[in-house]
Write a protein that binds this ligand. Structure first.
Ligand code: F6P
Length: 320
């Protein structure tokens, strides 16, 4: 292994830059050359490559987004696209590739490796935290903190106006962001795609609270559980309460990464380089009970991550 590439793919996540920095600096430390591939797999197909040095990753550990840009490449889903990407790697002498992204990027990477024998290692980078074999993905912690900050602010105005707020957060098909932020933000109800819920019961709980003198509430809805607009309409219709809906949107993907995400990204980035140097292929890096570990990407993708019911039940108990 003499020369490796690094790319970021799929939705960006705070901490991706810290991971790129760790990959580049660890590789240089071990005497490897490193190139940055811009715009994910699309850049690998189009040869959008730049040489990386110690200074190209200076002053980025604290920056949100990704200096390498990112994309969801349709062409890489085709065998022709992957063949072009493999040609880029071969002709530019790139012996291994670090892919920082979510499950879609990992799926693409493993198919690519199987077809062309290119060595890949994945680093889980997504705010959704929906990748098995790792307790945390890069960007999740920052995102949860952003959502909690938003809930705090919404709570101020909810209290002043005695309103019920329905807040929608991201997570695609997963409810990890909503669960963590809902517990930390003291939401009265948390609606997740993984756990069946009844809007009627949500309204009954609101009415019970109202009778006790509780005049404001926050209902946190994971986007995968349904539309906050629909939930808001239903609650207004059933309770007659003054309701407002806030869809947090892409502010959840931006911002300076938390210290947790920076450390996680740095540890995972360094490990990814070591894995490639050891000649391993088709691995993903995970963190389990605080320890950085490696798993087969295929094994990870075949598993389903589950919601921690202990945390979910606790959130319900505390929001009684
Ligand atoms: O996967 C990250 C994520 O932010 C999801 O939570 C969300 O559903 C999706 O990406 C939004 O994608 P886009 O930025 O393409 O609208």
């Amino acid at each position: 292994m003499k020369r490796i590439g690094v790319l970021t793919s799929g939705g960006d996540a705070p901490g991706m830059n810290s991971a790129v920095r760790a990959v580049v600096r660890t590789a240089i430390f071990h005497g490897l050359e490193v190139v940055g591939v811009e715009r994910g797999f699309s850049g690998l197909i189009k040869r959008e490559i730049k040489e990386m040095s110690l200074s190209t990753v200076g002053d980025i550990v604290q920056r949100g987004g990704t200096i390498l840009r990112t994309a969801r490449s349709e062409k890489f889903r085709t065998p022709e696209g992957r063949t072009e990407a493999a040609e880029t790697m071969k002709s530019l002498g790139i012996d291994g590739l670090v892919v920082i992204g979510g499950d879609g990027s990992f799926t693409g990477a493993t198919i690519f490796s199987g077809e062309h024998g290119c060595k890949v290692v994945g680093i889980p980078g997504t705010i959704d935290n929906d990748i098995p074999c790792t307790d945390y993905t890069i960007g999740f912690d920052t995102c949860v903190n952003t959502v909690v900050d938003a809930i705090n602010k919404i709570r101020d105005t909810a209290t002043s106006h005695e309103r019920t707020f329905i807040v929608e957060c991201m997570g695609r098909h997963a409810g990890y962001i909503a669960l963590q932020a809902g517990l930390a933000g003291g939401a009265e109800s948390i609606l997740l795609p993984e756990i069946p819920f009844s809007l009627e019961q949500v309204c009954e709980k609101l009415l019970r609270g109202h009778e006790r003198g509780k005049l404001h509430s926050i209902i946190l809805v994971a986007e995968g559980a349904g539309s906050a607009m629909d939930v808001g309409k239903y609650i207004k219709g059933k309770t007659g309460f003054d309701t407002r809906v806030t869809i947090l949107g892409h502010i959840q993907r931006g911002g300076s990464p938390t210290a947790f995400d920076r450390v996680l990204a740095s540890r995972m980035g360094a490990k990814a380089v070591e894995v490639l140097m050891a000649g391993e292929n088709n691995k993903m890096i995970g963190i389990v009970a605080g320890e950085i570990k490696t798993f087969d990407i295929g094994e990870a993708l075949s598993q389903k991550k589950t919601i921690d019911m202990e945390v979910y039940n606790l959130a319900n108990i505390l929001a009684i």
